[in-house]
Design a protein around this ligand. Structure first.
Ligand SMILES: [Zn+2]
Ligand SMILES: [Zn+2]
Length: 143
């Protein structure tokens, strides 16, 4: 299973909070992560423990930072999300509704399936909201 497929929505959100709040080399406190996720610190800590097991973050003296793998995983997530949004857009959903629809599948689908969806749509360069979609790495990619 790919890393994204192992993550819950909450764990992904924790990763996004850390990415948004970390100021290298400083890292983010548990208190801030918990507050951003509207969780009690022990619940937030449970998510961090798992993210650490997946080597997506490192924790040192109470501060949390993303690893290179964590950053790469967030890049992959953005690609999954935006390709899925584009698919729902092509299926006729108004742009405002594509984001919520994409969230229903973006963690579950494999990189390979994302590549296939990307190819079927002639490798869109942006999502319905104008956010960039990076180059496709699908084996059949032509761009
Ligand atoms: Zn979205
Ligand atoms: Zn979007």
């Amino acid at each position: 299973m790919e890393t994204l497929q192992k993550l819950t929505r909450r764990q992904l959100e924790a990763l996004q909070v850390i990415a948004a709040r970390e100021t290298p080399p400083r890292g983010v406190s548990l208190k801030l992560i918990a507050a951003s996720l509207k969780l009690a610190p022990p619940s937030a800590l449970g998510h961090l423990t798992l993210l650490e097991e997946f080597r997506l973050i490192v924790r040192y003296r109470g501060k949390t930072r993303l690893t290179d793998k964590g950053r790469l995983t967030l890049d992959e997530y953005r690609r999954h999300h935006r390709v899925a949004e584009t698919l729902f857009g092509h299926l006729g959903l108004p742009p405002a509704e594509t984001c919520a629809a994409a969230r229903e599948i973006d963690l579950a689908i494999s990189h390979r399936t994302v590549g296939e969806i990307c190819r079927a749509q002639q490798h869109p360069s942006s999502c319905p909201h104008g956010e960039p979609i990076g180059p496709c790495r699908s084996p059949n990619a032509r761009t």
